[in-house]
Design a protein around this ligand. Sequence first.
Ligand code: IYR
Length: 230
Amino acid sequence: MTAKEKMINGFRHIEYKGESLSEAEVIQRSKDFYQAMDKRRSVRHFSNKAVPECVIENIIKTAGTSPSGAHKQPWKFCAVSNPELKSRIREAAEKEEIENYSSRMSERWLKDLAPLGTDTNKEFLEIAPWLIVVFKEAYELDENGEKQKNYYVNESVGIACGMLISAIHNAGLVTLTHTPSPMNFLAELLERPANERAFLLLPVGFAASDAVVPDIHRKKLNEICDFYKK
Ligand code: IYR
């Protein structure tokens, strides 16, 4: 064992090789990243231009760097480019959305959504070259084939989705978080194992050249953050 390694609870720990930056660099990098992320928008108008598979691999690998409860990594990402499968997903998603918009969603919910310009038409599910369907693993099977619940599954997979969305934006691509509800049809269409539940559906691609986004604004820092310094 080298000097930088040690045992904790009988498990080997290795040196953390973080970056060592000056305070000025830390300030600059925090600002640059904020400014880059502040350009992200949920985009509903996609180009059908191809996105190389290696880009999809890289963004999913980025999502896979997320922290998770007891390091269970309770996520599975299905990357769908098969046009027939995309059409079937669109058809099933729209079927649910027609129910949602016509009866399941409250008047207030519909009013809140109006500025976003959403409706039951989900053509982006066919136009975007890729759909990433994120599943959460509610449990895993142990060495005896017994179900063992994973920990903080929603938090873990939610964080992974945040990192996925950041990676998509960083690559110059666009997405939106689509949550057709209920979404059991995704596990059926993709023939997923019993421990997986659909979590989020993200179309991924380039923005259409005539894409528009709603003229809405983010809360200011003082609306989302309270400091406790004294
Ligand atoms: N799932 C529907 C409705 C919808 C709900 C919320 I909350 C949104 O922020 C956007 C849409 C749909 O995708 O159209």
